[in-house]
Write a protein that binds this ligand. Structure first.
Ligand code: ADP
Ligand code: MG
Length: 700
């Protein structure tokens, strides 16, 4: 048996009761879990601070000082031991609230001590509570000097009561390494270690817990990050290769009348270069007899729908049916209308299927799907229900990836003997490195260019004090015949407050923009669907000039005449949400504007977010900054994936390494797809024994 699978209670020095708390508090069940409980920081014990240089916001520091006075003060609850310690630059205070008598007895006035703790201040004086104390001796100084970086482990009060604080944990890990370091087997091929100058695995585990010095610690971390990212990419790419071998793909080998007719007679504009490039990528994918799984990323308005439609027309030319799946009825309906208007009547049979399609209509649809008459079906996930059977489904387009799980994609693959090609479209640009991890098993296409002649949206940041100027601007644009959105934040936790916000906002707006000159639509989550629809329609038809709304308008609204987006309390929105909201304007021929209203007081991150919005319209740039600000765990769509449960590496800060690792793994599979060469045997072993430190079942 692999010694690292040994249950934690059997490890030397643990025992049953401590095993219980380790499991409960830290999820440490076996030796491997303990080995992979890495320090969250290291404390530098190489230097000694002078008392006068101690600031309250420093991390743990070490001081060499002589004790000059001790006193127990207060009584009962407020009882504490206060000791003065002095060096040649000043005096500081050391305080104990617990273990007072013992500490008092064991610390000696007049002696010098090595004092280690987190500085604070009390009445303007430097202070430390419950510092670690060791009496000065040349021997102790030498030992401390050699300890250089001291790890600190996450612990809890409960753990501490079982002597499992940093010191206790370190001791357990020390014992484990002493006994089993030799059982930590290398899991990367030797030539990879050489090429990327990676520390071997044993040394890496030893140094991450007991660093020899800062350089070695760096090497250790780098090695473990490499390994972590390596096996993540390994898994993703292996899946991809497996799928390629398992699933044959429909071959779209010709371009026929459907496509040609559309391209020559119907397409109202020239394609952008980015659109052409993506179409070509899809063409290549769908000709080679392997199932396509492609992610199409592109900002709102970059023209993804046309690309999807044209690929579908090729599928139809080759005798297949196609479908588009959208996350909401509004979006599905919008796609249906867009596609209807693009292809015109009597060209290819197109239909809409959603949860609210009447039974009778549904029956007719099913029939036409089964006999192959219906070529394009657009809908919500109603169209992958088991009752929906296709004669020959050749291609599926999924809009807005992150709302569809892998599960649902898999369901689609089963819709045919040969699974349909899958094109996933998303308007939420995500950074390249994140895409590599989240969608690492998909091929990725990017439309990074807006259609020519589109005027970039101009974004302004106004403080509350400029509200009148903002109203003036709204009036000026409305006088030109334009329409305006005013959006208020809606955050689940404080729904009441938000509603109040919205209500106040509506009142201010109604006063500033009175009837009969101005008409306002109001849309928020508390309205019934029919009321919402009615209000939306009034705005869409141009009967109202202002739409006051919460973020419900984020998706699914397309009003080309609306050219101004006002976002209230903009500092409360995340970057990707701000970007999505801004994408509601800029859809017509007119110059569009986005005005971000905020209070004077901004957090640092809030300021960066608003500045970013003002500075750029590029969704990819914005997503990069979002990733830096919030870290990978908070980016939309990543929470449930588990893919980002990384222990050492961090997708936001280790982007370069990730790109390097991805390339490395790609090369391995290119050279040796079956991993049959001797130098790659080690990879089979590593993934079989689960010794790679990643839990496979979380990924895919
Ligand atoms: P997306 O789905 O990427 O948000 P759409 O496909 O809905 O974008 O396109 C946005 C608008 O731009 C649509 O009105 C579409 O007809 C138009 N459009 C798409 N491609 C081009 C192009 N190459 N030139 C001009 N307009 C285009
Ligand atoms: Mg779209």
């Amino acid at each position: 048996m692999n010694p690292f699978q040994t249950p934690i209670e059997y490890l030397k020095g643990v025992g049953l009761s401590r095993a219980e708390v380790l499991k409960k508090e830290l999820g440490i069940h076996n030796a491997e879990d303990l080995l992979r409980h890495f320090p969250f920081k290291y404390i530098d014990r190489t230097q000694f601070y002078k008392v006068k240089n101690i600031e309250p916001d420093l991390p743990y520091v070490q001081v060499l000082a002589r004790l000059t006075h001790k006193e127990i003060i207060g009584d009962k609850r407020s009882k504490r031991l206060v000791i003065q310690a002095q060096d040649d630059t000043g005096i500081m205070e050391l305080v104990w609230f617990q273990g007072i008598n013992w500490v008092e007895k064991n610390l000696h006035i007049g002696k010098a001590y090595i004092i280690f703790g987190k500085p604070g201040s009390f009445n303007g004086k430097a202070q430390m509570s419950h510092p670690e104390m060791e009496m000065y001796s040349p021997e102790a100084m030498r030992r401390k000097g050699n300890m250089t970086l001291q790890p600190a482990y996450n612990s809890t009060e409960k753990l501490k009561s079982f002597q499992l604080d940093t010191k206790g944990l370190q001791k357990l890990i020390g014992v484990l390494l002493e006994q089993h370091a030799k059982d930590i087997h290398e899991n990367l091929p030797a030539y990879i270690l050489n090429r990327y100058r990676l520390m071997n695995r044993q040394d890496a585990y030893r140094n991450i817990h007991f660093p020899d010095d800062a350089a070695k610690l760096n090497e250790a971390r780098n090695r473990l990050k490499f390994e972590e990212l390596f096996f993540l990419q390994y898994k993703l790419l292996k899946n991809k290769i497996y799928r390629t071998h398992k699933f044959k793909g429909n071959v779209f080998d010709k371009v026929g009348p459907c496509f040609n007719n559309f391209y020559h007679d119907k397409l109202p504009f020239p394609l952008t270069n980015a659109q052409k490039r993506v179409l070509k990528e899809i063409r290549i994918d769908t000709q080679r007899g392997v199932q396509m799984n492609r992610l199409l990323q592109g900002d709102v308005g970059s023209g993804k729908t046309v690309v999807a439609l044209m690929s579908m027309l090729i599928a139809i030319d080759n005798g297949f049916q196609t479908c588009i799946m959208a996350p909401t009825e509004i979006l599905a309906t919008q796609h249906y209308q867009t596609i209807k208007s693009l292809v015109g009547d009597g060209f290819v049979e197109t239909a809409l299927l959603t949860g609210s399609t009447p039974k009778k209509e549904r029956r007719i649809l099913h029939e036409k799907l089964e006999n192959g008459e219906l070529k394009i079906l657009i809908g919500t996930h109603a169209l992958i229900e088991d009752a929906v059977q296709y004669k020959n489904l050749g291609m599926v387009v999924i809009d807005e990836q992150h709302r569809f799980g892998v599960e649902q994609r898999a369901k689609l693959w089963r819709k045919n003997v040969v699974p349909p090609h899958v094109l996933v479209m998303t308007a939420t640009p995500i950074p390249r490195t994140l895409a590599m991890t989240l969608y690492g098993d998909l091929d990725v296409s990017v439309i990074d260019e807006l259609p020519a002649g589109r005027k970039p949206i101009e974004t302004l940041h106004y403080y509350e004090s400029h509200r009148l100027r903002m109203f003036g601007f709204m009036k000026q644009e409305i006088a030109k015949g334009r329409q305006v959105y005013v959006v208020y934040p809606l955050i689940q936790e404080s729904e009441k407050l938000d509603l109040k916000n919205l209500e106040d906002g509506i009142e201010v707006m109604s006063r500033e923009f009175p009837l009969p000159e101005f008409r306002i639509s109001i849309v928020h989550g508390k309205l019934k669907a029919a009321e919402k629809e009615f209000e939306m329609q009034r705005f869409i038809k141009g009967e109202t000039q202002i739409m006051v709304a919460t973020t419900v308008i984020e998706v699914g609204v397309n009003v080309p005449n609306a050219s101004v987006m006002i976002i209230e309390n903009a500092e409360r929105f995340g970057l990707s949400q701000l970007h999505q909201l801004r994408g509601r304007v800029g859809r017509g021929a007119e110059q569009s504007f986005c005005i971000l209203m905020s209070s004077q007081k901004l957090s640092n991150d809030g300021r960066i977010r608003l500045n970013t919005m003002v500075k750029t319209n590029n969704g990819f740039e914005i997503s990069e900054i979002d990733l830096q600000l919030r870290g990978p765990g908070n980016i939309e769509g990543t929470q449930q994936s588990g893919v980002l449960d990384l222990k050492v590496a961090n997708i936001a800060t280790d982007q370069e390494l990730l790109i390097l690792v991805r390339k490395c793994v790609e090369e391995i599979f290119e050279k040796d797809p079956q991993l049959s060469q001797p130098e790659h045997q080690i990879l089979h072993q590593a993934t079989q024994t689960k010794n790679s430190g990643l839990s496979w079942d979380k990924i895919s």
